[in-house]
Design a protein around this ligand. Structure first.
Ligand code: OFO
Length: 175
């Protein structure tokens, strides 16, 4: 009922709320990749660290894109607070296991927004979110590819860690 009283914006309040939540999820994703990059850097995985530093920047861009969209539509973009971020990891593989789980969670959150857009006939936001749908497909694929490399390269072989660091970084270079 309250939605009908909004005269300065066509943005449905429920969708605005989900978009603000998504902007926080993207901002958190940026911080999570930053913490992973730092761990990789101090554990000798310089190439993979660079890949995840770049990934962190990308997530920041994803955050800003939604943040600005909310404002463009006359909504209120809420600056996300920084949550707790995992700083330590058991291994290179664990970094990518967590990265893949995070990306899958982001995909679900995005799908939820698209479903809400369909329910509320918000075609502009649905179209806007399609960019994220495509992006997530790519990012899940990249995280899965990184994990596949652990089946192909023995981490415990003499140059295993060195090779993994080199090969995983190539995923980042290819996108
Ligand atoms: Fe924002 O693209 Fe992944 O999380």
């Amino acid at each position: 009922m309250k939605d009908l009283l909004r005269t300065n914006s066509s943005l449905h309040e429920g969708i605005e709320k989900l978009l603000n939540l998504q902007s926080k999820i993207e901002s958190d994703a940026s911080n999570k990749y930053l913490a992973m990059a730092s761990w990789l850097d101090r554990n000798g995985y310089a190439n993979t660290a660079d890949y995840l530093y770049a990934q962190s920047e990308e997530e920041r861009m994803h955050f800003l894109k939604i943040f600005k969209y909310i404002t463009e539509l006359g909504g209120i973009a809420i600056t996300p607070t920084i949550g707790e971020v995992q700083q330590e990891f058991r291994s290179l593989k664990e970094v990518f296991e967590i990265a893949l789980q995070n990306e899958i969670a982001v995909t679900h959150a995005i799908n939820k927004i698209v479903a809400k857009c369909r329910a509320e006939n918000d075609y502009a936001t649905e179209e806007f979110m399609m960019w994220y749908v495509r992006e997530q497909r790519e990012e899940e694929k990249n995280a899965r590819r990184a994990l596949e490399l652990f089946d192909l390269i023995d981490e415990n072989a003499p140059s295993g860690k060195f090779e993994l660091d080199r090969e995983i970084a190539k995923i980042g270079a290819a996108v």
